[in-house]
Design a protein around this ligand. Structure first.
Ligand code: GLA
Length: 353
């Protein structure tokens, strides 16, 4: 009997003008063994593994809306995630990005949601999202100000982590603007570990998404600190950006696994700057790289084609395979990259009687 053991994606960049990517199912060959990533304390790893045993899936408003986030958008997005079947396909987190707070902290030093954008506060939105069976994400920054100029959490880690936990937040994206850093890896470790420890003390399970754009090579140190870490600068809605991010993120496969994922940034699928073929490539390569699948388009107005790409259960199953391996780069030369992702579920399914 022949079993499906690997899925291989080949990308011909020399056909760049055609903008093509071919995904090929290979039969039979045993899966490659991927080198283990750096060792980490068992307790930290098992905590993370229980929160994100497979790459997180959800939505974030930044790619489509920038600073134009509000409660209505978040609620309506959650409604659409459920009504469209995307929630049933695994999309779970509804994440608020930058620009959700007031420009100043209150008299007690707490972050304050913008009352015009969030009349029911973040806690009110969290209640709504939880009522739909989904989870809520928030955004913070390991600096004095966020990238858009709102209060950052550097030096306020304990209070901010406690505040988010009290509001019922389930996911934190923690950015790196205005970081006052000397640029050393030690400084990055210190700033991001301070929030790790604050989240632990706050006592609520919160997925911790480190967003320092790969600056300090977080794949070398962030396992056991964050549950996922950005490996690149910001994605843009064009093919060159996609190609460059794949080239940077694909070789980092030894560092990914259950509870510690490489994050090549959020999806641009549906935002209009690429063709549907390119968006399918985006989805497929993210799945091969065991990347977080964080939707970045306006789901309320998304086309049927966009919803079909995002909701493709076969591709999602590759991303979410419980073995949790990021595809090995089998070869990368002359503009041809071959990726090989071992899957647990296909192995189980093909086991003889
Ligand atoms: C940085 C991040 C983006 C987004 C913006 C918000 O650029 O990398 O993903 O969160 O900040 O200002």
């Amino acid at each position: 009997m022949v079993s499906v053991e690997t899925l291989e994606v080949a990308m011909h960049s020399r056909f760049r003008s055609l903008r093509t990517l071919a995904a090929v199912l290979l039969l039979a060959a045993p899966a490659a063994v991927v080198a283990a990533g750096p060792a980490t304390p068992a307790s930290a790893d098992s905590r993370a593994a229980t929160l994100v045993p497979t790459p997180p899936m959800g939505f974030n408003d930044w790619n489509a809306f920038g600073c134009e986030v509000d409660e209505e958008l978040i609620r309506e997005t959650a409604d659409k995630m459920v009504a469209s079947g995307l929630a049933a396909s695994g999309y779970e987190y509804v994440n608020i990005d930058d620009c959700w707070s007031q420009k100043s902290r209150d008299a007690d030093g707490r972050l304050v949601p913008d009352p015009v954008k969030f009349p029911n506060g973040i806690a009110g939105v969290a209640d709504y999202i939880h009522g739909k069976g989904l989870k809520l994400g928030i955004y913070g920054d390991a600096g004095t100000l966020t990238c858009a100029g709102y209060p950052g959490s550097l030096g306020h880690e304990e209070l901010d982590a406690r505040t988010w936990a009290e509001w019922g937040v389930d996911y934190l994206k923690y950015d790196n603007c205005n970081n006052q850093s000397d640029g050393s890896q030690a400084d990055y470790i210190r700033r991001y570990t301070a929030m790790r420890q604050a989240l632990d003390r706050a006592g609520r399970p919160i997925v911790y998404s480190i967003c320092e754009w790969g600056s300090s090579r977080p794949w070398e140190w962030a396992r056991g600190v964050g549950d996922l870490w950005r490996t690149t600068g910001d994605i843009s809605d064009n093919w060159e950006s996609l190609r460059s991010i794949i080239a940077q993120n694909a070789p980092l496969y030894p560092y990914a696994g259950p509870g510690h994922w490489n994050d090549p940034d959020m999806l641009e699928i549906g935002n209009g700057g690429m063709t549907d073929t390119e968006y399918r490539t985006h989805m497929s390569t993210w799945a091969m790289m065991a990347a977080p699948l964080i939707i970045g388009t306006d789901l309320r107005t998304a086309s049927a084609q966009t919803l079909a790409i995002l909701g493709n259960r076969d591709i999602i199953a590759i991303d979410q395979d419980p073995l949790g391996r990021q595809a090995t780069v089998v070869s990368d030369r002359d503009g041809l990259m071959v990726l090989d992702k071992p899957l647990r579920s296909c192995r189980a399914a093909s086991r003889p009687g």
